[in-house]
Design a protein around this ligand. Structure first.
Ligand code: PEP
Length: 253
């Protein structure tokens, strides 16, 4: 049984005190008896991460929005997996479409980052998703298969079960116009089949697949009710504690 997981991506938002308040509100909204039913993670900016450990009080997982694949050295501006681990992170988002689009992140870089995360004991949340143009040209499935296989290319079979894949159609991110749960399920099932072919049924069945793109409290139930969707990666709605905790409430119902 895969435990549902809801991951908040705070992106480049909030001051440290506001981030602390949001984290505290999420932690106090998360009920102790939900532990078996839903996992929750927040991914603040690097600068907010040190302030999180005490506020999240162990109930809510902590993640980063990126990392660099080398362990240390002359890589100005970068942060390694071990540095994140040292500050209490358990998860890291890799290959978000905004990084691919604005910072030129390639499939190869995404693959290296995912391996570095795993080597340090962090759970990588690998993002894949097609653009509106690819969708209109009917290239979605072919594009996603290639993107996914490139990202997991160097990941060992033994590590794959703990990897999380987030299907985030770019056109749905921040648009207020999510994919339909049925369409998202079709892609989640394609992702699982692709992983089954590359690894085995056992790994592919354990791997959690998330939907991301304008998910919120009043539509999460439709996604979570699908066979192959195990949660959501949430942008905008994760910045509002009431809305985010509302998503968790809907998942545990
Ligand atoms: C995201 O950027 O990962 C995301 C899913 O954003 P939003 O929920 O705002 O669409």
């Amino acid at each position: 049984m895969r435990k549902p997981i809801i991951v908040g991506n705070w992106k480049m938002n909030l001051t440290v005190p506001v981030a602390e308040k949001l984290a505290g509100d999420v932690a106090s909204g998360y009920q102790a008896d939900w532990a078996d039913k839903v996992e929750v993670v927040v991914c603040p900016t690097y600068l907010q991460i040190p302030a999180m450990a005490d506020v999240l009080s162990g109930r809510v997982g902590l993640g980063a929005q990126d990392l660099f694949w080398e362990e240390e050295g002359a890589y100005t501006g970068e942060i390694s997996a071990n540095m994140l681990k040292e500050l209490g992170c358990g998860y890291v988002i890799i290959g978000h479409s905004e990084r691919r689009e604005y910072l030129g992140e390639t499939n190869e870089m995404v693959g290296k980052k995912a391996c570095a995360a795993l080597a340090a004991g962090l759970v990588p949340i690998i993002c894949v998703g097609e653009s509106q143009k690819q969708r209109e040209a009917d290239e979605t499935n072919e594009f996603l298969e290639k993107q996914l296989l490139a990202a997991v290319d160097s990941i060992e079979q033994a590590d794959m079960a703990q990897v999380i894949v987030a299907y985030e159609p770019i056109w749905a991110i921040g648009s207020g116009d999510p994919a339909s749960p049925e369409d998202a399920e079709e892609i989640a099932s394609l992702i699982r089949e692709t992983l089954t072919d590359k690894y085995s049924q056992a790994e592919a069945q354990q791997c959690r697949i998330l939907y991301g793109g304008s998910a919120k409290a009043d539509n999460i139930a439709g996604f979570i009710g699908q066979d192959n969707i195990d949660g959501a990666l949430v942008g905008g709605a994760s910045l509002d504690a009431k809305e985010f905790v509302g998503m968790l409430t809907s998942v545990v119902k």
